[in-house]
Design a protein around this ligand. Structure first.
Ligand SMILES: Nc1ncnc2c1ncn2[C@@H]1O[C@H](COP(=O)(O)OP(=O)(O)OP(=O)(O)O)[C@@H](O)[C@H]1O
Length: 229
């Protein structure tokens, strides 16, 4: 569903992603692990069209999106939950989710979004800025789902979030995969979370994918060695 090949991205003269490639199938969660500064956020931004690709190809299903603007990629089925969540703090929970609806052509927030994140139903009229970090993360995922995507990108969703909410989020992401058949691509530094949710794990180091394992045959010690400083 999401196919990336030979992707190169640079900031000015400094190349950060050196021709990397991978795919995420429908109904699959792929986690990309890597230490700070290895290029995870840059990769997410390049997939979303926030930073331009120098070369390479990104496609969603049959549609190539490489040269498209971010909003055009959203229309082709990519949704993005950025690092730090970036919800609208002065808007209510419901209004935040509604900002995703324009893309899907729906008028009301589908009930199944609140089923995935019941806490958001209880807090529908609260301002986004008054939610806890974990609740804001759930809101950011809910808003992304309101666009009815085929591919969901999440950049370090566990960052700064307490363990019980991380478990809830893991359960919700697996439900989203199973019930909606989405392709989910998530960047992480927390190995336990990646192993809990992912069907496949990639490791990024200095802008290249240096290791890949199916979850069923994961070499945990090897992956941990990439993550230790
Ligand atoms: N706007 C920018 N201009 C120049 N260099 C940048 C810019 N953003 C990131 N970089 C550099 O690109 C490299 C990859 O950064 P990136 O943020 O993608 O890493 P990351 O793996 O997501 O790390 P983190 O976990 O800290 O978010 C780093 O060397 C970083 O300094």
């Amino acid at each position: 569903m999401l196919d990336v090949s030979a992707l190169r991205v640079a900031y000015g003269e400094s190349e950060v992603l050196h021709g990397l490639g991978f795919s995420v199938r429908p109904n699959e969660i792929v986690a990309i692990l890597g230490r700070n500064g290895m290029g995870k956020t840059t990769l997410m931004k390049a997939l979303m069209g926030i930073v331009p690709a120098r070369s390479g190809r990104i496609s969603v299903g049959e549609a190539e999106v490489t040269g498209l603007e971010s909003y055009e990629r959203v229309a082709r089925g990519i949704a993005y939950v950025p690092q730090g969540r970036m919800i609208f703090s002065t808007m209510t929970v419901e209004e935040n989710i509604e900002t995703g609806l324009a893309v899907s052509g729906r008028r009301r927030v589908p009930e199944d979004i609140y089923e995935l994140f019941p806490v958001l139903l209880d807090m529908k009229q609260r301002r986004g800025g008054n939610l806890s970090g974990g609740q804001q993360q759930q809101l950011a995922i809910a808003r992304a789902l309101a666009t009815d995507p085929k591919v969901l990108l999440l950049d370090e969703p566990t960052e700064g979030i307490q363990p019980s909410i991380i478990r809830d989020m893991g359960r919700a992401l697996k439900r989203i995969r199973d019930e909606r058949g989405l392709s989910i691509f998530v960047s992480e530094q927390v190995l336990s979370f990646a192993l809990d949710i992912a069907d496949r794990v990639l490791v990024i180091e200095n802008g290249e994918i240096v290791h890949e394992d199916a979850r069923a045959a994961v070499d945990e010690a090897k992956i941990a060695s990439f993550l230790s400083v």
